[in-house]
Design a protein around this ligand. Structure first.
Ligand code: NAD
Length: 454
């Protein structure tokens, strides 16, 4: 496929200003919504075949977010795209100043495999809402979901506006050699660096939605059972293959034993089995083997059962873990939950600060002073107090990382901003022009200027 030609056709289409009217954007978002609704059965079937994800989980964690992003854009686009008046400073008076949001142009979106629909289509919707053209490259790993998204987009939209390219590293590398006006990438920190480097060659702005190890801190005064219930759901959803899953738990020594018991109780209660549609497969053999190696039998508290043929790894709890253990060296991205015991909250703060800034952090506790201290001292992309993962489901909260967990954010208005440039304009009338800034320069003019800016 000739990517240079597709990108140049999209640029030509963008430069015709066809994507700019709000009426056009809303119409296209409605086309997308109808196409999604008409293809829901195919979307559910594809993901079920790829990694046994049930209709329930696909709707709750993927399509519901996609639909709510479409609805939010349709409802709020007129407001978000409105020109905004700002104050004019003394030196520029008389005059008026305003900011005009404008689309960036031809954009590239690269998706990750773990929530294939959500992570490809939510940025696509933000790019469409902001008035851009898009080439979307979903992850090739769940191949059926990639194919169904190519069908969805390529059959309902002209390729000079939206186009899905399927493929893996060679295709992405070839796309990255093109000059885009924006690149939006979701995936690992290591590939994020490749994308950033390719974008730098063309000075293309990027949003990088990356990963990392997200801690859950269980403070001394915590509601043990409720916290365990929420953490179990958040961790074992999608078999732990979630960028914002609680990667590991830091539990205070006085509550760690009842907390582990409570985690176990909720795992049993949730009945994580493929048959019930309550659980998903490990995405591929490579990840299965990587996870298998991380289970340290000496530290096994609960779970550990596995089956290679069906790529099943049971929800697994590990205890007495410390920061030097192998499982603590990389993002786990699977159903293994290590629990580290601590005695002093300052140790927790200092250990987290030594490491790359996490994508998420979850703080469990009822002591307001401790919560405030942790929020003040720790830097992370986003998170929750007394819950985990659910912050992603609020479109009013920008979603993204910080440091090595990412650059930029999206969802709701944050997505619109991510795919827009805010053009600043000063407009002057012609009837007045003080001669202060013009030569010949002298001390009296300088004194006036100093007075005006002080
Ligand atoms: P990945 O980085 O392997 O792949 C992401 C995309 O990059 C895919 O489309 C893939 O085809 C492409 N790619 C892979 N290697 C490439 C290369 N060498 N050159 C160019 N392109 C390449 O990530 P993944 O395995 O799909 O997803 C898992 C990672 O993504 C985890 O680290 C997870 O935390 C992170 N993630 C982050 C978010 C977020 O929103 N912040 C969401 C989901 C996943």
């Amino acid at each position: 496929m000739n990517y240079t030609e597709i990108v140049s056709r999209q640029k030509k289409y963008f430069n015709s200003d066809s994507t700019k009217p709000i009426t056009f954007r809303i119409k296209q978002l409605k086309v997308l919504k109808n196409a999604l609704m008409s293809m829901e059965t195919q979307l559910f079937k594809a993901i079920q075949q790829d990694f046994m994800k049930s209709e329930f989980e696909t709707f709750v964690t993927e399509l519901s977010i996609v639909y709510s992003e479409i609805n939010e854009n349709i409802k709020k686009l007129s407001r978000w795209s409105r020109q905004k008046r700002v104050k004019t400073n003394l030196i520029n008076l008389p005059g008026k100043s305003y900011i005009i949001p404008e689309p960036l142009g031809a954009t590239l979106i690269i998706g990750a495999w773990n929530y294939p629909y959500n992570l490809s289509l939510a940025p696509l919707i933000a790019a469409m809402g902001a008035g851009n053209t898009v080439i979307l490259k979903p992850s090739e790993i769940p191949s059926r979901t990639s194919a169904v998204m190519a069908k969805l987009i390529n059959e309902h939209f002209p390729s000079e506006y939206l186009f899905v390219v399927e493929g893996g590293v060679p295709e992405t590398t070839a796309l990255l050699a093109q000059q885009f006006d924006k690149i939006f990438f979701t995936g690992s920190t290591s590939v994020g660096k490749i994308v950033y480097e390719a974008a730098a060659k063309h000075l293309t702005p990027v949003t990088l939605e990356l990963g990392g190890k997200s801690p859950a801190i269980i403070t001394e005064k915590s509601a043990i059972d409720r916290s365990a219930q929420r953490l179990v759901w958040a961790k074992f959803l999608n078999a732990g293959q979630t960028c914002i899953a609680p990667d590991y738990i830091l539990a205070h020594e006085t509550i760690v034993e009842p907390f582990l018991e409570s985690l176990k109780k909720h795992i049993v209660k949730n009945d994580y089995s493929f048959e019930q549609g309550n659980y998903v497969q490990i995405i591929n053999e490579k990840n299965y083997e990587r996870l298998e190696d991380l289970i340290d039998e000496k530290k096994l508290y609960y779970g550990g059962q596995k089956d290679k043929t069906s790529r099943y790894i049971a929800p697994t709890l590990l205890h007495d873990v410390d920061f030097n253990d192998e499982i603590m060296q990389e993002e786990i991205f699977g159903p293994l939950l290590p629990v580290i015991t601590y005695s002093d909250i300052n140790e927790v703060i200092s250990e987290i600060k030594k490491r790359p800034k996490p994508l998420s952090c979850y703080i469990f506790g009822t002591d307001t002073r401790v919560k405030k201290e942790l929020l003040h001292k720790l830097s992370f992309g986003g998170g929750a107090i007394n819950d985990a993962i659910m912050h992603i489901a609020n479109q009013h909260l920008p979603f993204g990382g910080v440091g090595s967990s990412g650059i930029g954010s999206y969802h709701g208005e944050a997505g619109f901003r991510t795919f827009s440039h805010y053009k600043s304009v000063l407009e002057k009338p012609l009837w007045f022009e003080p001669n202060l800034k013009y030569p010949p320069y002298n001390n009296s003019k300088l004194a006036w200027i100093k007075r005006m800016i002080s």
